[in-house]
Design a protein around this ligand. Structure first.
Ligand SMILES: [Ca+2]
Ligand SMILES: [Ca+2]
Ligand SMILES: [Ca+2]
Length: 312
């Protein structure tokens, strides 16, 4: 009975602490520090609870909490120090700050799976052995289910070459559905791939909050009930829809991660925006719901920060 009580306290503690991670909208570095503090706090509480339990009962075998974020980083061989660093780079996003493609429109169809809680970005240099581990149809095989998730590539994907890769990873308020008979989704990272603002896509009125405005290369993980999940890469400058790409999108629970070769951009550290959107096939305001990094898509694009990370 006492054991059950301790487990219950621990679970309640986790439920109280973990949702708070996504609700902060404070400065970026402070938010990252807060996550680490929260994780340390959880760890300390766990240790205390286990110590008390062990005074009277055998130590229970802990059930690890499934966290897709950690799983993806474990896949990549990131050590604890790198994991903390990646969290420190996270951009927190307010909870339930949904928007529509027109300013001031109130979202009535709330879809938690389109509420971005945070996103993080990294510039990785991957040697040949790491490329093989990640993308050699081993850890992240194109178009296949993996443990806890699935991988989506563009049609006829290019091979992933050793070198620079941008990793953009977003965490949603609820898991991304693996399928739906009635809803459509787009999770994307959109870039100004050449750093030239003059050739970027501009919104068409009245859609003044078009999620893709001021960008020119779109990596869109799209879902439709009839076609399932697809990765569509559109290059606005060349007018190429379905542009060749080696990019892989990994969906695992509430995490969507894009691995995008740096060679697909003509500038270093291209500006980008992260988006999530769901609707019923009509894009009607009353049945649509979306979120972007930051408060709305008129904000300046973000840029990759932090140290370059080399994995060998
Ligand atoms: Ca949000
Ligand atoms: Ca441009
Ligand atoms: Ca937002």
């Amino acid at each position: 009975m006492k054991k059950k009580l301790m487990i219950l306290i621990l679970v309640i503690g986790l439920l109280i602490i973990l949702p708070g991670i996504g609700c902060s909208s404070g400065p970026k570095k402070d938010a990252g520090d807060q996550i680490i503090d929260d994780l340390i706090s959880v760890s300390q509480k766990t240790s205390t609870a286990q110590a008390k339990a062990s005074e009277t009962e055998p130590t229970p075998i802990p059930t690890p909490r499934y966290d897709p974020f950690q799983v993806i980083l474990d896949y990549g061989g990131f050590n604890d120090e790198l994991k903390e660093y990646i969290l420190d780079l996270a951009y927190m996003d307010p909870h339930a700050d949904w928007i529509y493609s027109m300013a001031g429109m109130i979202v009535s169809e709330e879809m938690a799976e389109t509420d971005i809680l945070f996103h993080t970005q990294l510039f990785l240099i991957l040697a040949g052995s790491q490329i093989e581990a990640f993308f050699g149809n081993t850890l992240f095989p194109c178009g296949e289910d993996i443990e806890g998730g699935f991988v989506v590539c563009s049609y006829d994907p290019l091979p992933m070459e050793p070198g620079g890769i941008y990793l953009v990873l977003m965490k949603l308020a609820e898991p991304v559905p693996t399928s739906s008979s009635e809803r459509f989704y787009t999770y994307s990272v959109v870039f100004d791939a050449d750093g030239d603002e003059s050739n970027n896509f501009q919104f068409n009125p009245p859609y003044d909050w078009d999620f893709f405005q001021n960008t020119d290369r779109w990596y869109m993980l799209d879902y439709a009930p009839t076609t399932g999940w697809m990765l569509n890469v559109n290059d606005i400058v060349s007018g190429e829809f379905g542009a060749p790409s080696a990019t892989r999108a990994v969906v695992m629970g509430d995490i969507v991660a894009f691995f995008i070769p740096a060679s697909e951009f003509s500038v270093d550290s291209p500006g980008y925006r992260v988006t999530a959107f769901g609707h019923d096939g009509t894009y009607a305001p009353e049945t649509s719901c979306g979120d972007v990094s930051g408060s709305d898509p008129t904000e300046p694009l973000l840029h990759f920060e932090g140290d370059l990370i080399t994995l060998e």
